[in-house]
Design a protein around this ligand. Structure first.
Ligand code: SF4
Length: 289
């Protein structure tokens, strides 16, 4: 019997990533004689980064002492200090921070300015979180980043004695992580303000994928292992059904037995996974290679 393969509706590029990739290409097309660079990888996908390089768009690991042309701030956002450094090096910065990430930065600043003890629910080493924290820190020292209650415990006394606590969340976090932290903060805070800043695209992708997992023997999550939203997606689905996380169709070879046994296969993908990679995965399964 042929396998039943279902592709999620919200698989692949979200609007923030699509906007960033399209705008960078347009910038280069409109400024063929200027250098166009991106600070950090525009998205977590090596094929896309290669394609940009071929178009003459460079990826910068760090800000050089001297630069020229355009330097793009990617969808994760940056701190005002970094944007200033880009300018001082001689670049013209173009800010492509996703509007949903901007909202988190603004909310974090608002809470910090209003005297809240700010808790950022997110991974401290993630570029989006680094930028949210840096923006808030311009207004207050009472800023902490955590993805678990354990990470907040050392700050319990400070939070307990502070007059009010505010919470914002990294756009791609799991809702269960936010819930656990909110439950804990409710028990120790005098006053608590929660801004659920998980982006709509992530929320819809996660909730659709959960349904997909309930209806299939196996779910395949396609996308970079460096991508926060893709990894979270795979973590969520593993609790519901047999799940594999692959970066491309070649990796399917590592899971031949699992794929052979499954009759109904669901496929979803992270926000930085291009359509052609998803299509290659589907074709390979259909061909039974
Ligand atoms: S995952 Fe959400 S916040 Fe991140 S770029 Fe996409 S739409 Fe924007």
């Amino acid at each position: 019997m042929p396998k039943q393969i279902t592709l999620a509706k919200f698989a692949g590029f979200c609007y923030g990533v699509k906007r960033a990739v399209e705008t960078v290409k347009k910038l280069k097309a409109e400024n063929p004689d200027k250098n166009v660079s991106v600070l950090g990888e525009l998205i977590h996908n090596t094929d896309v980064i290669k394609e940009l390089e071929e178009l003459g768009i460079r990826t910068l690991k760090d800000i050089p002492e001297h630069g020229d042309g355009i330097c793009v701030v990617r969808s994760h956002g940056e701190s005002p200090e970094v944007i200033e450094k880009i300018k001082n090096a001689g670049f013209t910065p173009v800010d492509l921070t996703c509007p949903d990430v901007k909202k988190v930065q603004q909310k974090a600043v608002e809470l910090a300015k209003d005297g809240y003890y700010l808790v950022i629910v997110g991974k401290s080493e993630h570029p989006e979180v680094i930028a949210i924290k840096a923006n808030a820190k311009l207004w207050s020292d009472k800023v902490v980043v955590a993805t678990s209650v354990e990470q907040l415990k050392p700050f319990e006394t400070e939070i307990k004695t502070h007059k009010k606590t505010g919470v914002v969340v990294q756009t791609t976090q799991r809702i269960t992580t936010l819930n656990e932290i909110v439950e804990y903060l409710t028990s120790i805070s005098k006053e608590l303000h929660i801004a659920n800043t998980i982006c709509q695209s992530t929320a819809m992708r996660q909730s659709e994928a959960k349904e997909l997992a309930k209806e299939n023997d196996l779910v395949i999550v396609v996308g970079s292992k460096k991508s926060a939203n893709t990894t979270h997606l795979a973590e969520i689905l593993k609790d519901i059904t047999s799940t594999i996380h692959i970066e491309n169709d070649t990796e399917l070879d590592n899971y031949k037995d699992l794929i052979e046994k499954a009759q109904k296969i669901g496929i979803t993908a992270g926000a930085s996974t291009p359509q052609n990679i998803i299509e290659k995965v589907i074709k390979k399964i259909e061909k039974g290679e």
